[in-house]
Write a new protein. Structure first.
Length: 321
């Protein structure tokens, strides 16, 4: 039996959505130590799955690996379509687990397009590989517009930045009990609309914040500057999505972000992917205060949901047999 374990990820935003620039997308995000996915895999004559939403990923993995079957059991997982990247982490965990069960090796980055993962952002693949903070190179705009080419004609964009975050930094993750984020055809339609109308000057502003503030803040371990940069990139991305999600942030994430940002224990806040998950940047010394602020925010807004304070991941997925 093989066990594959990996963590969630936060997606801060993209570097560019405008077709006027040479490269499109270019994800910015980071891996989290929790919540986690844990899948147990053994060889089998046919596919046997125990876990909601797992079969489709497992079937694709079997096709990629050209093996007859496997038994997969999800021992631990987090919710789908809430902005934490469960789809990519589940798909790649199935792939790696089945390969290991058969004594084979597989490069998850090379195989991800055949699994339908990494088509826009490479952050989920990068954090599965090595955790930490990642910025990917995006895709050449002339080849990868609103409609991605068929698998086999594109690759997951490689990281141009991949590095750990300081060990004492924390993220307060708030997932309200709200409608799930966009996925599948709905997400494709929303992304196409956003790209078709994207203001190209916003990408220049994102680039300035990324290179002049966010990356230096990581190097200098300046959490205040990092949090401010994360917030600014989130707001800039929100201008691209405003028509699709009803504002700079998708409700109720905007109210949560506003309340978190007022607390001195939170250095910056944003929305992950399409939400509804929002997050705040804090550190170990202020984690309790940040968590209490998030719980109070849900209560003030009359929302159910979950709040957790988690560490950034220091490594990617693990495999045990």
């Amino acid at each position: 039996m093989v066990t594959v374990e990996t963590g969630a990820r936060l997606h801060v935003g993209f570097q560019n959505l405008s077709l006027a620039h040479d490269r499109l997308y270019g994800g910015i995000g980071l891996g989290l130590d929790e919540p986690r996915i844990n899948i147990e895999v053994t060889q089998a004559e046919r596919l046997r799955c125990q876990g909601d939403g797992l079969r489709g990923y497992a079937e694709r993995a079997l096709d990629v690996l050209d093996v007859p079957g496997a038994r997969l059991t999800v021992e631990e997982r987090f919710d789908r379509h809430v902005g934490l990247g469960s789809g990519t982490q589940l798909a790649l965990s199935c792939l790696v687990g089945i390969a290991e069960a058969y004594g084979e090796t597989v490069d998850p980055r090379d195989a991800a397009p055949e699994l339908g993962r990494g088509g826009r952002s490479g952050v989920g693949v990068a954090t599965f590989e090595s955790g930490g903070f990642a910025v990917d190179a995006g895709h050449p705009t002339e080849r990868f517009t609103t409609d991605p080419p068929e698998p086999g004609n594109w690759e997951v964009p490689s990281p141009i930045v991949s590095r750990p975050l300081p060990a004492d930094w924390r993220f307060v993750v708030v997932t309200p009990a709200a409608e799930q984020g966009r996925s599948g055809p709905d997400e494709d339609a929303s992304m196409q609309s956003a790209v078709d109308t994207a203001d190209p000057t916003v990408a220049d502003d994102v680039a300035a914040v990324l290179t002049r503030q966010l990356l230096p803040a990581i190097t200098e371990r300046d959490i205040s500057a990092f949090g401010d940069a994360i917030s600014r990139i989130g707001r800039l991305n929100g201008t691209w999505y405003a028509d699709e999600q009803g504002g700079l942030y998708r409700p109720p994430a905007g109210e949560i972000i506003e309340q978190l940002s007022r607390n001195e224990a939170v250095f910056g806040a944003g929305q992950s992917s399409w939400g509804p998950t929002a997050y705040g940047v804090t550190d170990a010394a202020r984690a309790t205060e940040a968590e209490e602020s998030a719980v109070a925010t849900l209560d003030k807004l009359g929302l159910d949901g979950t709040v957790s304070v988690v560490e950034p991941s220091a490594a990617g997925h693990t495999v045990d047999d």
